[in-house]
Write a protein that binds this ligand. Sequence first.
Ligand code: ADP
Length: 279
Amino acid sequence: HIVCAGHINWDVRLHVDRLPTPDGEGLIKRRHESGGGSAANVAVGLAELGGASHVLGSVGDDERGAKATRRLEDAGVEPHVRTVGKATTVKYILVDEAGDVALLGTDGANESFGADDLPVATLEGAGALHLTGQDPETAAELARRASPETVVSFDPGRRAADRDYDAVFGHVDLLFVNAREAQAIDVDVPIIVTKLGAKGATWAGPDGVVESPGIDVEAVVDTTGAGDAFAAGFFTAWLDDRDPARALRVANACGALAVGEEGPDANLSWERIETMLDR
Ligand code: ADP
């Protein structure tokens, strides 16, 4: 199984005609709400691809927290969710007509999960511990508790540059970054997977560099969750046979499926991945 740790959020997606710049104004054309958060999204993607996944995270004692947790259960994910007396974190996600996004988040319950909330047996025998952007202390402590056989991966996400993750990087076997984050983060970890949007992704590991082109999509609807679907596809393939070229292809197919769907749910399936790879 794979354990995903980090944010479980409530997403409010505002589809706008343009992302406002300072002093500018956009028009909200549609509004959708659903469960989100990187750790939750990756775990849902893994379950959709037939894997066993667990989530470690925290929500508020409110309806949004209950719904965000139910989303995990409905997908077949095993949630280890701490409920606290703070509102569930809400992300307001502005999505423009090109599928580009800008986010605003509330300071809610999503960082209230501490390493001591970890159920003792959860990490035992895990194939991977996937850490996402979260409190650095918690991330570092979870990584320390993973056994040497467990692959520790880390996707620090959009706010990577704002936080000091030095204590985490020392435990990381595999780092996911996008092109922008790659500029901001300079660390030495065994494997770095760089997500390059429509251009696909690259792998830099002990055996050298592997490049994999992106898959053409008819329309980019919403890039929310593309990186999370990518990670789910990557792990599912890579833990199976450790072939980076195949893992990148499957991951790019999952990312491409995600950008064609509204919201974080990419509705992944092996059948849809095969269709993408046949293009
Ligand atoms: P993140 O969403 O984490 O910021 P990217 O924007 O690079 O990272 O997207 C993650 C992955 O999703 C990419 O590596 C690629 O596989 C896929 N992807 C993103 N945008 C597109 C696109 N326009 N066309 C096809 N695939 C895409």
